[in-house]
Design a protein. Structure first.
Ligand SMILES: [Zn+2]
Length: 326
């Protein structure tokens, strides 16, 4: 989707900086958009490209109606190039292909923009190859790198880019953004949106994933914690096998156990899953507040496991252990 800066929420500082580059006509050849996944980096980069191409730019970026804006929106602006991983990583061949294209004359008289996303998926060889282009970019060419983890980029790349930092939003802001999306507002209940925003780490993108992933997951976890059911435990654990994104998978149990731990210690403040409160309160009696605290800790340490961890065994062990002890 190509929008304007008006579509980028909660990133006023980053947007102001980008607009300043455009207004002064001093657009750096290398720009690094970095910050938590799903907070609007790519949306901002895309709006920035529109604004670069637009012949009738306004205060919010591209006008959306001129020839260049329409070309870019349709994904076919000849001066726009995108480099993304075909499989796991961006490879040196991908960068070489880009360099070949950049060595040819541009089709249009507009600036040229290259979006590299996620740039932290470049192999070290690819990053080294890109260095040359960052050092001596062809005239009128801007490289936009989008990275979730700046620490995964070689310092030589980082130091050659102007850094645009994107910060996590407050849960409240995430909730407002989600509720403002018509198809989300109509599909999910306000409590569900509230819950997803609360465990999104300030990322609207992640909150959306949590919402989609959580369909029925929270209820399932309340049941799993309420009574020992070996068959259900085995089945749940099997669904974790090979799960690509542990932080997404663990969001539902984490929010449920966190809520029960709060309820069991006698407070209702800050409960995420308001809609499940009765079931949560019933489950709370199964353990002492300390017991729930230990379970929460165990889940938190699971959420920090490396991607190659044996997730199926981990969940199975957690649940059997949970029902064994008080
Ligand atoms: Zn335009």
């Amino acid at each position: 989707m190509v929008g304007t800066f008006g579509d980028v929420h909660g990133q006023d500082r980053a947007v102001a900086l980008l607009l300043r580059y455009l207004d002064t006509g001093n657009v750096p050849p290398g720009l690094l958009f970095f910050g938590e996944e799903g907070v609007g980096k790519e949306m901002a980069a895309s709006a920035f490209v529109s604004a670069l191409f637009c012949r009738n730019r306004g205060t919010k970026g591209g006008c959306g109606t001129c020839h260049d804006c329409r070309l870019h929106a349709s994904g076919s602006h000849p001066n726009f190039l995108r480099v993304s991983p075909e499989k796991q990583n961006i490879l040196i061949d991908d960068i070489r292909r880009l360099q070949e294209e950049l060595s040819l004359k541009a089709f249009s008289d507009r600036p040229r923009a290259v979006l590299i996303a996620p740039a932290d998926k470049m192999t070290i060889q690819a990053a080294n190859a890109l260095l040359k282009t960052l050092e001596e970019p062809p005239p009128g060419t801007h490289l936009l790198l989008v990275a979730h983890r700046i620490s995964r980029l070689p310092p030589t790349i980082v130091s050659r880019c102007q850094k645009i930092s994107f910060s996590p939003l407050t849960p409240r802001e995430v909730e407002e953004i989600l509720a403002g999306i018509p198809e989300i507002g109509s599909r999910y209940r306000p409590e569900e949106i509230h819950g997803a925003a609360a465990c999104s780490g300030g990322s609207p993108g992640r909150a959306l994933e949590v919402l989609e992933e959580a369909g029925g997951e929270r209820e399932k976890w309340v049941r799993l914690l309420s009574s020992p059911d070996p068959a259900a435990i085995t089945e749940t654990a099997a669904s974790w096998k090979g799960a690509a994104d542990l932080s997404r998978k663990i969001a539902a149990p984490l929010s449920v156990v966190r809520d029960i731990a709060l309820l069991s210690s006698g407070t209702e403040m800050g409960i995420i899953n308001e809609d499940l409160k009765n079931a949560l309160r019933a489950a709370a009696g199964r353990k002492t507040p300390e017991g729930w605290g230990r379970s929460l800790k165990a889940l938190l340490s699971m959420s920090r496991m490396p991607p190659q961890a044996q997730k199926q065994l981990m969940v199975e062990a957690f649940l059997f252990e949970f029902h064994r002890k008080g």
